[in-house]
Ligand binder design. Structure first.
Ligand code: MEV
Length: 443
């Protein structure tokens, strides 16, 4: 068995100390790796401090490219959209789809709901009917005791939307929930919601103790946990594109609009009935969604977790987007749950997230949802368009080739010659290198 390397007090080491221990224990060439990790430190100490503040045991930074997709027309307003993603073709595909729909009416986006959810999970040994009959009083106390936390949010137009008492004792003995809805304005609201829920939990505990109607074991409530739910099916944006079928015509990509619309529609049907295809289909949507979510400092894990639960809400995992081809009109839309914020958290603390939001004209949460939804739909349109026409490898290979040529420092003339040569051939790193060497020898 290989030697196990453990350490006590790692977090107490200085940053250089941490790196030193790591390179000496996990790498064959410690000096090279030490210097490489240090070379990714931000040149400005104060900026590096900001980045270090986001996590723990930090040793360096992990850069990802920040790209932009221009010409996104959403509800008649044009956006330049920042995208952080490590996968080639994604930004190009989003830009191409944005350009395509720019001349066909753009994206129409509407908010279907902004409600977030939180739960207090508790175990209580008593008759549910009795608790239910006292619920109006309990609700009043929950609202009143939470006032010091909710006041500011209420002044901004948000707060607690509703509180329900839910009986789940048929699933787990004596298990109940307080399930609350929240409006958190332009913030994602996690801290607000969790603070209110913990306050609810202590109100619930004292409610049983102080109320004479409850006796004996009815006085004991066991709070299991109080936490927001990342599943927000009522925090939804709907984004739509549509046009008369003949207007889908595009010389390069859609020479036959009718056939395209039919194939596209069938591709969507497949994504609705087959979970294997649905997963890849939705992955394509999240290529775009995550990229903007990341660029704007939002929580992509929460967004993805929610989206996939939503995609499975019927009991079978399915497509997040829909297509109809009716009365000569092609319509393609998405309903996407997106609990994002534009104030608080990383959105204002991360220097580039701040710049990304500025690039978008400092949107509120609703507008950011519309933008992210549009990028998700654009990404999905671009992917399915490629899949039902040329296949995705053509576009991927073009970018792959261009990346390889950059690596070899190809001149403009060499690039043109290589691109022409590989028009009808399979691109690989070695085949491009060999061909480039051949041209260079000849010329
Ligand atoms: C690749 O990252 C995403 C696609 O596979 C999405 C799809 O198949 O719809 C192209």
């Amino acid at each position: 068995m290989s030697e196990q390397k453990t350490i006590a007090g790692f977090s107490k080491l200085s940053k250089r100390g941490k790196i030193r221990w790591i390179v000496e224990n996990f790498y064959k060439d410690p000096e090279t790796v030490f210097n490489e990790l240090v070379s990714f430190w931000h040149p400005k100490e104060d900026q590096q401090k900001v980045l270090d503040g986001f996590s723990e045991n930090t040793i360096s930074n992990f850069p990802l490219p920040l790209g932009v997709a221009p010409n996104f027309m959403i509800n008649d307003k044009v956006y330049l959209v920042p995208m952080v993603i490590e996968e080639s073709s994604v930004v190009a595909a989003a830009s191409a789809a944005a350009k395509f729909w720019f001349t066909r009416g753009g994206f129409r986006a509407e908010i279907l709901g902004m409600k977030k959810i939180g739960q207090v999970h508790f175990v209580w040994k008593g008759a549910f009917e009795k608790l239910r009959s006292h619920f109006d009083l309990l609700r009043e106390q929950l609202m009143l005791n939470a006032k010091p936390i909710t006041k500011n949010m209420e002044d901004r137009g948000g707060g607690i939307a509703d509180i329900e008492l839910i009986d789940l004792s048929d699933k787990i003995p004596d298990y109940y929930q307080l399930k609350a809805g929240f409006h958190t304005c332009d913030s994602m609201g996690a801290n607000f919601i969790n603070s209110v829920l913990e306050n609810f939990a202590s109100t619930l505990t004292s409610f049983f103790i102080s109320n004479d109607q409850f006796q004996g074991q009815e006085k004991d409530v066991r709070i299991i946990m109080s936490i927001l739910s990342n599943y927000t099916p009522e925090n939804i944006v709907r984004v739509t594109v549509s046009c008369p079928i003949p207007e889908l015509y595009d010389e390069k990509t859609i020479p036959n609009p009718k056939e395209f619309a039919e194939k596209f529609y069938t591709a969507l049907q497949i994504a609705h009935v087959d979970p294997h295809r649905a997963t890849t289909h939705n992955k394509g949507i999240y290529n775009g969604v995550d990229a903007v979510v990341l660029a704007t400092g939002n929580d992509f894990r929460a967004i993805e977790a929610c989206g996939h639960t939503y995609a499975a809400r019927s009991g079978q995992y399915s497509s997040l987007s829909y297509c109809s081809v009716e009365d000569g009109t092609f319509k393609f839309w998405i309903d996407l749950p997106l609990a994002v914020g534009t104030v608080g958290g990383l959105t204002s603390a991360h220097p580039i997230a701040r710049r990304s939001l500025e690039m978008l004209g400092n949107p509120g949460a609703e507008d950011l949802m519309k933008i992210i939804g549009a990028v998700g739909l654009a990404q999905n349109f671009a992917a399915v368009r490629s899949l039902v026409t040329t296949g995705i490898q053509k576009g991927h290979m073009k970018l792959h080739l261009s990346n390889i040529l950059t690596q070899f420092g190809a001149t403009e003339a060499e690039q043109q010659q290589v691109e022409k040569y590989f028009e009808d051939k399979v691109v690989s790193y070695s085949s491009v290198r060999e061909y480039l060497e051949e041209i260079r020898k000849q010329g």
